[in-house]
Design a protein around this ligand. Structure first.
Ligand SMILES: NC(=O)c1ccc[n+]([C@@H]2O[C@H](COP(=O)([O-])OP(=O)(O)OC[C@H]3O[C@@H](n4cnc5c(N)ncnc54)[C@H](O)[C@@H]3O)[C@@H](O)[C@H]2O)c1
Ligand SMILES: [Fe+2]
Length: 392
C-alpha cells in the first residue's frame, strides 16, 4: 500500500465537517448574510446566474465556467482560469454550480502553483489563502464539503507522460470550502439526466462509505445511512411517479448528497470511483454516469466474494428502506436504478476491448487511495479487468 493510503487509514478523526453549513431560501438571502460585494468572485454558469442571481444587481465579479469549456475540469481549463482571474482581484470566492464548479472554486481559493500538473501529481504543495463559499446546484458530488478537487490530467506512469489522460483527485484538507450554503431552489432548473446521474453518484458515495473496511466510523455510518434513506425514498417516488416526482423532494436530495459527502470525506470512496476515473477521463463520461456504469457489477462481485461481511448489513439496510427481500437487495437496487436511469454498456461510451487491460493498469498505477478502500481486498488487476469485461 502507498504511504498516502496508509496515512488515510491511520487518520483517527471520527468525522470531519470543516465548513459551517447553512440552508437558505435564495441568493438574495445569501448576499445579505455574507455582504457580497466587489471583492467577491462568483464562479457559476450563465444559465444559473440569469434566473437566480441577475435580478439582485450585485457588484461582484461574475465568472461563467462555460467560458473555459463545459466539460469536467482539466489541467488546461484551470490554467486558463488562473490566467483570466487575477489573483489580487478578489478576496473571496463564491461558487454556485455542480461538482465541476465546486472543484474549480477550491483551486481559486489556493495560492497559485507554478504548474497545475505538478500540483495534481503532488510535486507542488497546496496552500489555502482565500475564503471559499460553496453552493451546490446538483445533488451528487458532495464536493462542497470534501477535500478533493478532481481534474482530467495528462496521465503518467512512473513519472513519464503516457500520452493519454486520466482523472486525478487533488487531496488536501486545505481546499475544503469554508462555508456551504444549500439552496434547494437552485436545483429546479437542473435537467433530469444530470439530476439522476448526480443523485446516483451520491448514493454511491453513501454506499462506498458504508462498506469502507478501514476508514468508516460510527459517525460516518450515520451520515451514510441517512443519505441512503433519503435518496432511495426519492428514487422509489421517481420509479412510481416518474421524473417530476423529484421536484417536490429537492431539499431532501441536496441535503442527502451533502450528508453522503460528509460520510465519504471520512470513510472514503472506493473501487467504483477508482475504476470510473479512467473511463470518465478518456471518454468524457459524466462523473455520476461513469460510476453508475460500474456500480451494480462491483456490488455483485463484492457479494459473491464475501456475502456475509458488511455487505450483509448493507443488504439489510436496502431491504429495510425499500421493503425488498434481504437476499434480493442487490438485484432490487439495480432494478430501481434502471427505473431512474437506464444503464448503458461501456462500449456505448466508446470503450474498446483493449481498454479492459489498459484501464485496469491505470487503476493499479493511479487510484491506490481508492482501491485500497475496497470492500474486497486486495482489489486486484484481474478483478478490475473482470468488471470492465462484464460491463463491456
Ligand atoms: N471533489 C469531490 O469530492 C468530487 C466528488 C465527486 C465528483 N467530483 C467532480 O464533480 C463533477 C461532477 O459534478 P456534477 O455531477 O455535479 O456535474 P456537473 O458539475 O458537471 O453538472 C452537471 C451538468 O448540469 C449543469 N447544471 C448544474 N447545475 C445546474 C442547474 N441548477 N440548472 C441547470 N443546469 C445545471 C452543469 O452545467 C453541467 O452541465 C466532476 O467534475 C467530478 O469529477 C468531485
Ligand atoms: Fe462521486
Amino acid at each position: 500500500m502507498d504511504a498516502f493510503s496508509k496515512a488515510l487509514q491511520a487518520d483517527k478523526r471520527e468525522i470531519i465537517i470543516a465548513p459551517t453549513i447553512y440552508k437558505m431560501a435564495d441568493f438574495g438571502q445569501l448576499a445579505e448574510e455574507f455582504g457580497l460585494g466587489e471583492r467577491d468572485v462568483v464562479l457559476t454558469n450563465e444559465f444559473i446566474y440569469k434566473p437566480f442571481m441577475e435580478s439582485y444587481n450585485l457588484p461582484c465579479q461574475y465568472i461563467f465556467q462555460e467560458k473555459y469549456g463545459l466539460l469536467e475540469p482539466s489541467e488546461e481549463m484551470i490554467e486558463m482560469m488562473y490566467e483570466d482571474i487575477k489573483y489580487d482581484s478578489y478576496d473571496r470566492v463564491i461558487a454556485v454550480g455542480g461538482g465541476a464548479i465546486m472543484d474549480l472554486c477550491k483551486l481559486l481559493g489556493c495560492k497559485r502553483p507554478s504548474s497545475v500538473h505538478e500540483m495534481y501529481f503532488k510535486r507542488e504543495p497546496v496552500i489555502h489563502e482565500k475564503e471559499v463559499i460553496a453552493i451546490p446546484t446538483t445533488c451528487g458530488t458532495g464536493s462542497e464539503v470534501t477535500n478533493i478537487s478532481v481534474a482530467i490530467v495528462k496521465d503518467e506512469k512512473d513519472g513519464v507522460l503516457t500520452g493519454g489522460e486520466t482523472k486525478l483527485g487533488l487531496v488536501s484538507d486545505d481546499i475544503i470550502p469554508n462555508k456551504v450554503v444549500m439552496i434547494p431552489k437552485f436545483l429546479e432548473t437542473l435537467p433530469y439526466r444530470p439530476f439522476a446521474t448526480s443523485a446516483i453518484d451520491a448514493l454511491i458515495h453513501a454506499t462506498e462509505s458504508f462498506l469502507s473496511p478501514h476508514r468508516k466510523t460510527l459517525t460516518s455510518e450515520m451520515y451514510s445511512v441517512r443519505a441512503m434513506e433519503l435518496i432511495l425514498e426519492g428514487f422509489r417516488r421517481i420509479g412510481e411517479d416518474g421524473p417530476d416526482a423529484r421536484l417536490g423532494y429537492l431539499d431532501e436530495f441536496v441535503t442527502a448528497s451533502n450528508m453522503a459527502g460528509i460520510a465519504f470525506l471520512k470513510a472514503g470512496c472506493a473501487t467504483v470511483h477508482g475504476m470510473s476515473f479512467p473511463l470518465g477521463g478518456t471518454y468524457h463520461v459524466p462523473h455520476g454516469e461513469s460510476n453508475y456504469a460500474l456500480f451494480g457489477k462491483i456490488l455483485e462481485i463484492y457479494d459473491e466474494k464475501d456475502p456475509d461481511g458488511e455487505i450483509m448489513r448493507f443488504k439489510e439496510l436496502v431491504a429495510r428502506i425499500t421493503g425488498c427481500e434481504v437476499a434480493n437487495a442487490i438485484p432490487y437496487l439495480n432494478e430501481l436504478l434502471e427505473k431512474v436511469l437506464p444503464l448503458k454498456p461501456l462500449h456505448e461510451y466508446g470503450f474498446k476491448e483493449e481498454d479492459i487491460e489498459a484501464f485496469a493498469d491505470s487503476v493499479e498505477a493511479n487510484q491506490q487511495r481508492l482501491i485500497t478502500n475496497s470492500y474486497v481486498l486486495p482489489w486486484t488487476k484481474e478483478l478490475s479487468m473482470r468488471v470492465y469485461r462484464e460491463c463491456f
